[in-house]
Design a protein around this ligand. Structure first.
Ligand SMILES: *Cc1c(COP(=O)(O)O)cnc(C)c1O
Length: 437
């Protein structure tokens, strides 16, 4: 597998380099030079394959011989060890439940796969530092995916007061090789600090730095697996449509990657909260990144979606081509809460705030287009991760899975820092000085 930079098609690197560097030096994003099609038999036989079997086939097709087949198989089977189930809600509207992993959000798929692939490619005998900005769920998934992986230090930047209490526990209570930093700013500020660190030559001379954000292509590949696994679980004639609750637009990009490989999709539908840069772009042709607004679907509080260049690279990069292929809808916190309550009352299905936005977009799309085939929205996190919001909305207590409830007694450890790159750099150098030899 070879990759190029979205800013320079002539720049070529191999898979290992793209994963370890995360970002090309020209500040573009890595994209595969070739997106091979899965054979016709793949879709035809999809119902006969287990989730792990199909995941391995997809991984092998795109990654090629960059990782030896037996090792790749082990990585996939080990990373994808929990289900991605489709549940029918009503009228051909389905929820694809992506929250059955260790941290109860879809990011477990990407983080578990990436940690194993990084361990494979990492330089022996040299410490690797992974910086990651989180709007809520990435931090926990990465912490869990990399916990106690030898030779890899994880540094998680989270925005002060903008992640849910349980999300915060997931990234601040593990210790060992996991260090959390609270930035007095927004998610976009955290992301900007991570990007600056990468492009800082002094930092890259002294440390092997990488990123676990969805700018890292190794997170997107495993996120394409569950779209195929969802197709297997519904009855369709020609195609299905997917609604993806979106923030950085990594998850939807992974789906589009799947589409290029042969997944039969009528439309991808981007659903957002008030941070509606992309739906606005689809409607008006104007792309206006701006500071993020805090909402109850906090994992989507992104004002400058980092994967947008990949999405437009895949869909042809002009407004005309993009607006035909991609739908976009945005919803308020009020609408989100009403929907959680209504869907629970009418269908007995409990949505989390992100899934609720997905459901709303599925209904709007169905109404607007009259599409009659299955519409599958991604239920990106378990409702209990947003316990406070969901309980207040329903006016009743909800059940918390044990892997979350045990966190509440654990002690948090994190470093509070102002929103200034120089302060972060100074902190980083003094914290990791003694481990660098
Ligand atoms: C990260 C996240 C999203 C947004 O995914 P992107 O790939 O950033 O678009 C949506 N919902 C939940 C619960 C998340 O954790």
């Amino acid at each position: 597998m070879q990759l190029y930079s979205t800013k320079n098609p002539d720049l070529r690197v191999d898979f290992g380099q793209a994963i370890l560097n995360a970002l090309p030096k020209d500040n573009g994003l890595y994209m595969p030079t070739e997106i091979p099609k899965l054979g016709d038999d793949f879709i035809k036989n999809i119902r006969k394959m287990s989730f792990q079997e199909m995941s391995y086939e997809i991984a092998k097709t795109i990654i090629g011989d960059s990782i030896p087949a037996d090792i790749l198989k082990e990585i996939v089977y080990d990373a994808i060890n929990f289900p991605a189930e489709v549940v029918h809600i009503h009228d051909n509207i389905y929820s694809l439940e992506l929250f059955h992993g260790p941290t109860l959000a879809f990011k477990d798929f990407g983080a578990r796969f990436m940690s194993r692939v990084m361990k494979y490619f990492k330089k022996k005998g040299k410490k690797l530092y992974i910086l990651v900005a989180t709007s809520g769920d990435t931090g926990g998934a990465v912490a869990s995916g990399f916990y106690k992986v030898d030779g890899i230090e994880i540094v998680i930047l989270f925005p002060k007061g903008k992640v849910s209490p349980l999300q915060q526990k997931q990234l601040t209570t593990l210790g060992e090789n996991i260090t959390a930093v609270e930035i007095d700013g927004t998610f976009d500020d955290c992301q900007a600090i991570v990007k600056k660190a990468f492009l800082d030559e002094e930092m890259s001379e002294n440390y092997d730095l990488s990123s676990a954000n969805s700018i890292n292509i190794s997170r997107l590949i495993p996120q394409s697996f569950y779209y195929f696994n969802a197709l297997k679980q519904v009855d369709y004639n020609e195609n299905v449509s997917f609604v993806v609750p979106s923030g950085n637009f990594g998850n939807i990009t992974a789906g589009i990657l799947g589409q290029k490989m042969g997944l039969p999709v009528k439309h991808f539908i981007a659903a957002t909260n008030a941070n509606d840069v992309v739906p606005e772009y689809i409607a008006t042709g104007e792309y206006r990144p701006r500071p993020a607004t805090a909402t109850i679907s906090n994992a989507m509080d992104v004002g400058d979606p980092s994967n947008f260049p990949r999405l437009s690279d895949l869909y042809g990069s002009t407004w005309n081509t993009i607006k035909d292929k991609l739908k976009g809808y945005a919803y308020s916190d009020e609408q989100t809460k009403e929907t959680i309550l209504e869907v629970y009352k009418d269908y007995g299905y409990l949505l989390d705030p992100h899934g609720a936005i997905g459901y709303l977009a599925a209904m709007e799309y169905k109404y607007e287009t009259g599409y009659e085939e299955p519409i599958i929205f991604l239920e990106t996190a378990h409702p209990s991760k947003f316990k406070e919001t969901v309980e207040e909305t329903l006016n009743q207590e909800i059940e918390i899975p044990e892997r979350l409830s045990i966190l509440s007694e654990k002690q948090e450890h994190f470093y509070p820092l102002p929103n200034k790159y120089e302060k972060f750099k100074k902190w980083f150098k003094s914290t990791f000085e003694e481990t660098e030899n």
